[in-house]
Write a protein that binds this ligand. Sequence first.
Ligand SMILES: CC(C)(COP(=O)(O)OP(=O)(O)OC[C@H]1O[C@@H](n2cnc3c(N)ncnc32)[C@H](O)[C@@H]1OP(=O)(O)O)[C@@H](O)C(=O)NCCC(=O)NCCS
Length: 159
Amino acid sequence: MPWAAGHSREQTAGFLARCERDWATGDAYEYAITADGLTVGSCGLIRRIRHGGLKIGYWLSPTRTGRGLATSAAAALTIQAFALPGMERVEIHHAKANIASEAVPGRLGFTRVESRPASPTFAPAGSKANVIWRMEREALRSREWKRRLSPQEAPGVGH
Ligand SMILES: CC(C)(COP(=O)(O)OP(=O)(O)OC[C@H]1O[C@@H](n2cnc3c(N)ncnc32)[C@H](O)[C@@H]1OP(=O)(O)O)[C@@H](O)C(=O)NCCC(=O)NCCS
């Protein structure tokens, strides 16, 4: 991502300070994704959708893609989101051109519910739309979802 490539020490410190503030206010819950003792990405639950819902975000170091880490992280966050009081839905939003991001909710059985024009602040250059995937609380109870989240299907998901 362009913003990640140019991340200075000061920007990283600012990001971490914002994460702490967001945890304190409950606006967002950001986590590190780790592998082999290193921080290789980040993921989080963000309270920026309408009441009763949380949005999941994720990114990985380009050296750690292709191993299921983002999918496992999104699965763990989905379970965590529904453990919070009053949560009825979890969403994943991405730019239409972001095929790698799109595959994550697809693998986890989210339903693609919307494709809409992107807001200028969200969309990376060249993308035309935001796509929204949603998981309702009810779906989490299904046998299929439990199978998808089993350790064999999604290694790295904490239970
Ligand atoms: C979006 C992003 C995190 C996706 O990364 P990713 O590596 O494709 O996703 P995962 O870590 O879940 O890995 C999935 C890949 O691992 C493979 N894989 C291996 N083991 C797996 C497992 N146990 N479970 C799931 N997938 C597994 C999958 O087949 C898939 O490979 P494929 O792309 O060849 O089909 C990454 O592209 C990124 O950081 N992009 C920039 C930031 C960004 O766009 N964030 C999203 C904003 S909305």
